[in-house]
Design a protein around this ligand. Structure first.
Ligand SMILES: [Zn+2]
Length: 267
C-alpha cells in the first residue's frame, strides 16, 4: 500500500526509484554531464553572439571616425558666416545709395487733398502740421506723398531717358524703384505755395516754408530724410520729409539705416 501511495506522489521520484540502487551511481553522473554540456554549449553560443556584436560596434566606430576625418565632412561642420544684410528679420539692401523699402498695403493708406495718399497713422499729424503752418502764415504745398513701385519706375526710368542720364547720375536725385521712402506712405515732398519756383530744388531751403518746417516739423513727428552731408550719401533734399511718430515708421527707417551702416566696409 505504501508503494502505491508513493507512486501517486509523482513520476519524477518514481523514475529515480525505478533505477536499481546498484546502477544509480553509474546513471546519475551521465545526466549531470549532459546538463553540463548543454550549459557549456549555451554559454559558448552567447559568447559568440557577444563577440560578433562587439566586432560590429568596433567596425561602425572605425567607419565613423574615418568619415569625421574626411575634409568634405569638416566643411559641412563649419559655422556659416552671418550675412550682414540680414540683421533683424527682413533683408535690407541698398542700390546706388538708396535703401530698399516695401510698398505700403493699400488698406493702410488714406486719401488726402489733391488725390495724394499717406499712411492713415501719419495723416492726422501731417494735417495738424499743415494747419499750424497756415496759422503762422506759411502755405505748405504737398507735391508728392505715397508712391507705388510702378510710379517710381516711371519717375526713375522715363525722366532718366528724357534727360539722357546714366543710372548713377539719376540716382543722385531720385531713388530707383523699390528704394524710395515714398513707397512706405510715410514720406512727403513739400513746397512753398508762395514760392513754387523753388519746388524740388536745394534752394527750397531759402523759403519761409522750409524755415518754418525746420523749426516746427519735429513737433508733428516729421524729420528731414536727407539733410546736407547725410551718412547715406543721398543728395541734399530740403523738401523731402518723413514721419517717424510711431514704432512702425521708426523701425521702417532706422532699421534700414542701421542695416546699411552694418554693411559698410570698416575702414
Ligand atoms: Zn521725396
Amino acid at each position: 500500500m505504501r508503494n502505491i501511495n508513493s507512486d501517486d506522489q509523482g513520476s519524477a521520484s518514481r523514475s529515480i526509484e525505478d533505477i536499481p540502487i546498484a546502477h544509480r551511481d553509474r546513471f546519475m553522473p551521465d545526466v549531470t554531464t549532459l546538463t553540463s554540456l548543454r550549459r557549456q554549449r549555451k554559454t559558448l553560443t552567447r559568447g559568440l553572439y557577444f563577440s560578433l556584436g562587439l566586432a560590429l560596434a568596433a567596425i561602425t566606430l572605425a567607419i565613423g571616425t574615418l568619415l569625421f576625418r574626411n575634409p568634405s565632412n569638416v566643411t559641412t561642420q563649419t559655422v556659416p558666416v552671418t550675412n550682414p544684410s540680414v540683421i533683424v528679420g527682413k533683408p535690407v539692401d541698398s542700390l546706388l545709395g538708396h535703401l530698399s523699402y516695401e510698398e505700403a498695403p493699400e488698406k493702410l493708406l488714406k486719401s488726402m487733398e489733391g488725390g495724394l495718399k499717406l499712411r492713415s497713422t501719419a495723416l492726422p499729424k501731417f494735417q495738424a502740421m499743415i494747419t499750424a503752418a497756415k496759422a503762422a502764415g506759411i502755405k505748405l504745398k504737398t507735391i508728392s506723398a505715397f508712391r507705388s513701385i510702378a510710379d517710381q519706375e516711371k519717375i526713375f526710368f522715363e525722366i532718366k531717358a528724357q534727360r539722357k542720364q546714366g543710372a548713377e547720375k539719376r540716382a543722385e536725385v531720385s531713388a530707383p524703384p523699390r528704394h524710395s521712402e515714398h513707397h512706405t506712405g510715410y514720406a512727403v515732398d513739400l513746397g512753398d505755395a508762395n514760392n513754387s519756383a523753388m519746388d524740388l530744388k536745394p534752394e527750397f531751403e531759402t523759403t519761409a516754408a522750409f524755415k518754418w518746417l525746420q523749426a516746427n516739423a519735429a513737433r508733428y513727428s516729421f524729420e528731414l530724410s536727407f539733410p546736407q552731408g547725410n551718412a547715406q550719401g543721398v543728395s541734399y533734399e530740403p523738401w523731402h520729409w518723413r514721419y517717424v511718430g510711431d514704432s512702425d515708421s521708426l523701425e521702417t527707417f532706422y532699421r534700414a539705416r542701421n542695416a546699411q551702416t552694418a554693411n559698410q566696409p570698416q575702414s
